[in-house]
Design a protein. Structure first.
Length: 142
């Protein structure tokens, strides 16, 4: 099984954007679940010295490829994020794959598009990981 980690990146430092992803990666790998982290090898706009090195089109195409290759998406959305919402939309409406959402924001949790596009919504990451492992992981992984 392979899980893509979707969540806010814009306006965050690498450490801020990757903290929950690192924790989720460690938890999922304990069960033999592969993880696709969009931050691997990623350059942040603020860290780019030469703008020619930063190509948003490359990043989006790689993220789309990752979503095609994954079995499901684990998304983190506590504050509105255009990229995360686009990835949720793409995963559900284009790839027809499950999206497991973690959000502590009731407005996001209760939004009709989120309720339709997300297979299950949790307010705690540990609960979402447990759900993925018990309901979606391959039998030999559990």
């Amino acid at each position: 099984m392979k899980v893509y980690l979707s969540g806010g990146i814009g306006g965050l430092t690498f450490e801020e954007a990757n903290k929950w992803r690192s924790e989720a990666t460690e938890q999922l790998r304990e069960f033999g679940i592969q993880v696709l982290n969009p931050l691997r090898g990623r350059m942040f706009e603020a860290e780019v010295i030469d703008n020619a090195d930063f190509n948003p089109n490359e990043l989006v195409h790689r993220d789309l490829r990752d979503m095609r290759q994954c079995d499901l998406v684990l998304a983190r959305l506590d504050v509105p994020s255009i990229g995360t919402t686009m990835e949720i939309w793409h995963t559900y409406f284009v790839e027809h794959k499950p999206v497991i959402l973690v959000s502590n924001n009731r407005n996001i949790q209760n939004h009709p598009w989120i309720q339709v596009a997300c297979t299950k919504v949790f307010d705690k990451q540990d609960k979402a990981i447990e759900y993925i492992v018990t309901r979606w992981a391959d039998e030999e992984q559990v």
